[in-house]
Design a protein around this ligand. Structure first.
Ligand code: ADP
Ligand code: MG
Length: 701
């Protein structure tokens, strides 16, 4: 940087955070706004005007000229529409203006965002509403105001609205349970999340030569490189200078935005890396993760690199995921998933633990649905990824504690004491014991749960909406029972016991990548295994799911229907674009390249024969024949793929279309890929029309 600034000097310098609010708002306005942020109190227009004015002055002093309502439509990325602060003044000049009304509510022309039929075209305009719980920030020359996005009749068209609703539901139910344990001082319970983000970095030069990467974010062709991740030498290996420069620059940008980027390291695959921030309240963590993904791409471009966030950019190479580390904390600073010191704390801990176990078991399908995209389907069940089966890892010690409770038998670890809640002290769990299993999709890691099925490009909103809601439902059932109990301790003990009995089939401490596990999970334990998006998505509308999500006011039925449609549409669109890209590359690049090479090989044979008709030219003949067979196959499979795409027009509805894509399009894409990849191995490199896996994966130095 050349300057001597330390991180603490510029951390959050582009954020209208608490420090700035205190300095720029009158005491009255500050306190009213604070009440809104902490307790959701309504904000009157006078206060909004004062906040808007201060925000504008602060933003302008930082060089901003525009503002935007920043929101998260169902496309998966964030959206913004910029308006300048400029307003004409009578003397012919301009003044910078920004009103409370403009801060609170925006009306983007949103007709091009997916709404799944929630919005008729005549009322295409939705509105955005300020979310004061997530700080405004400056990006480039624009003041960005985090907002929720709704249709005029109040239906959510985004991911933030249901996320905020799910936090409210969880807070409501968690407070009921905490009261029963005598925690009268707790006013608020919030889920906190630390999302670990994986990504690939490749050079822009390689990227631009691959239509598949440019159009779809992943390679659709490519033979496996001679050296992949077999040696495991990339993981935690030394970070290359170009990558280090990128990371340094990225950290600086993130820190300025108040995003607590903390650790970064290489991942398993060549060119793969990871960034983890310090955890934050989930709606902020969600905004920050979206911004992080955006910044990764921006900063990479400045370094002549491209950041790939696709879940499976390279077949046969480790894919990229995101780990959603989730826990619950109180406004009094207590982590509810941390085992306590006293019997009472431990009983409370066990109840919250059970609430999560029950939630994950009852709503396995919703968790799978939350991470379902065309991209992530390639990853779930593949190399290094968790299988599509949702199971929970607790570690041996905690599992033994639960078993002792379930069977009313002594627990070894506690020196043969009977584990009875509220009476005996449970042993302190050794954190290290619980942090070993990297193959579990849902692992307890000492004081939080780590859900590992998210794809690297997923918004974490979807996962946390489902997790918050499902845990709220468990807690509601517990609170309903316990509030009316005559003997609280007895009822508590029985309920924990019952939860363990009913839900122990989802607890699995073994190796999740073991091939036999899927069989055991599905056949013996009856766990769900939805391998693809079309397999799971329609279950969003199963009665039990709709009932639960509606009863906690997280979604309306109309919203759920529209979301199911949109997710399936997104799936279909993604695969259709891939298939069309394949057809184009196979026809106009791959087949012609093979032809050119074969022709040159044949020409060389002809030349040899002209020298001496007795030269056998067996090598040339064999090679040309093999290549010719492959081009025939490529031509046939390309035609077949095109036919499969055409037949989609007869699908009738989106569910059927997604099934046809799963059963008739994706398999042909794999079949078309085979002869192409084989031809790549046979063709002299200079003829090949785009960079190979080895070129791409080892391009950054
Ligand atoms: P790893 O998973 O690589 O072992 P850590 O366990 O240190 O790494 O943390 C991973 C992520 O979990 C980080 O983003 C961290 O901030 C987050 N984390 C730690 N404690 C909590 C918590 N109580 N709630 C939510 N996330 C947490
Ligand atoms: Mg982790």
């Amino acid at each position: 940087m050349g300057t001597l600034f330390t991180v603490s000097d510029y951390f959050g310098s582009l954020v209208f955070d608490d420090r700035v609010m205190k300095a720029h708002l009158s005491a009255d306005v500050y306190h009213t706004l604070k009440k809104t942020i902490d307790e959701g109190a309504k904000l009157d227009i006078g206060v909004a005007n004062a906040v808007a004015d201060a925000m504008k002055d602060w933003a302008v002093s930082k060089g901003a000229t525009h503002y935007t309502h920043w929101f998260q439509p169902l496309t998966g990325i964030t959206a913004e529409k910029h308006d300048s602060f400029i307003s004409g003044s009578p003397d012919g000049g301009v003044i910078m203006e920004f009103s409370g009304k403009e801060l609170i509510k925006g009306e983007p022309d949103a007709s091009s965002f997916p709404s799944g039929g929630l919005r008729a075209t005549f009322e295409a305009r939705g509105y955005t509403a300020w979310d004061p719980t997530s700080y405004a920030f400056i990006k480039g020359k624009t003041l960005c105001i985090p907002t929720a996005f709704c249709s005029y009749d109040g239906n959510a068209l985004d991911k933030k609205t249901p996320l905020l609703r799910s936090m409210e539901a969880l807070n409501r139910q968690a407070l009921r349970v905490l009261k029963l344990f005598g925690n009268e001082d707790v006013k608020c319970v919030r889920p906190s999340v630390g999302p670990e983000q994986e990504y690939f970095l490749i050079t822009k030069e390689m990227y631009e030569k691959r239509p598949d990467l440019r159009f779809t974010g992943r390679t659709l062709f490519g033979a496996k490189p001679p050296k992949g991740q077999e040696m495991d030498d990339h993981y935690f290996g030394a970070i290359k200078p170009a990558v280090a420069a990128f990371m340094e620059d990225l950290n600086e940008e993130l820190w300025k935005l108040g995003i607590p980027a903390k650790t970064e390291h290489n991942e398993v695959a060549p060119a793969q890396h990871e960034l983890a921030p310090i955890y934050e309240t989930v709606n902020i963590a969600t905004d920050h993760n979206q911004l992080t993904m955006e910044m990764m791409q921006k900063v990479a471009a400045r370094h002549g690199l491209v950041c790939l966030l696709h879940e499976k950019p390279f077949a046969g190479v480790n894919g990229s995921g995101k780990h959603n580390n989730w826990s619950l904390s109180t406004d009094t600073g207590k982590n509810l998933l941390s085992p306590g010191d006293t019997p009472y704390e431990n009983a409370q801990f066990l109840l919250f633990l059970c609430a999560v176990i029950k939630a994950v078991d009852d709503y396995q399908d919703l968790l799978r649905i939350a991470v379902a995209t065309a991209g992530n389907d390639h990853r779930l069940g593949a190399n290094e990824a968790p299988p599509a089966v949702v199971s929970i890892f607790l570690g041996d010690e905690l599992s033994a504690v639960l078993k002792a409770i379930e069977t009313d038998t002594p627990y070894e670890g506690a020196k043969k004491t009977r584990v009875k809640l509220g009476v005996d002290v449970l042993p302190k769990f050794n954190r290290d014991n619980t942090d070993r299993n990297r193959t579990s999709p849902f692992a307890f890691t000492g004081n939080k749960f780590e859900f590992r099925m998210l794809g690297s490009s997923n918004s974490i909103a979807c996962t946390n909406i489902m997790l918050n809601s499902a845990v709220a439902e468990s807690l509601k059932i517990y609170a309903d029972r316990l509030e009316g109990a005559e003997d609280f301790e007895q009822a508590l003990h029985e309920m924990i016991k019952k939860t363990i009995k009913d839900h122990k089939h989802i607890i699995f401490n073994g190796n999740g990548y073991d091939e036999s596990w899927t069989d055991v999970a599905t056949k013996e334990r009856g766990l769900l295994n939805y391998r693809t998006t079309p397999d799971c998505m329609p279950h969003l509308l199963d009665k039990k799911n709709v009932d639960m999500l509606m009863s906690h006011k997280v979604y309306t039925e109309a919203e759920l229907k529209s979301r199911c449609d949109i997710m399936l549409e997104n799936y279909c669109k993604a695969v259709v674009i891939e298939a069309n890209t394949m057809v184009g590359m196979a026809r106009t690049q791959i087949a012609p390249a093979i032809e050119r090479y074969a022709a040159d090989v044949a020409k060389s044979a002809g030349f040899k024969k002209s020298l001496d008709p007795d030269i056998s030219c067996g090598y040339e003949a064999g090679l040309v024949k093999r290549l010719s067979k492959l081009t025939d196959e490529i031509a046939a499979k390309t035609d077949e793929l095109e036919d499969a795409l055409l037949s989609l027009h007869d699908a009738g509805d989106i569910i059927r279309e997604s099934e046809m894509i799963r059963d008739e399009v994706l398999p042909v894409m794999s079949e078309l890929r085979l002869p192409c990849d084989e031809a790549e191995r046979l063709t002299e490199k200079s003829y090949w029309p785009f960079p190979t896996y080895a070129d791409i994966l080892f391009s950054v130095n």
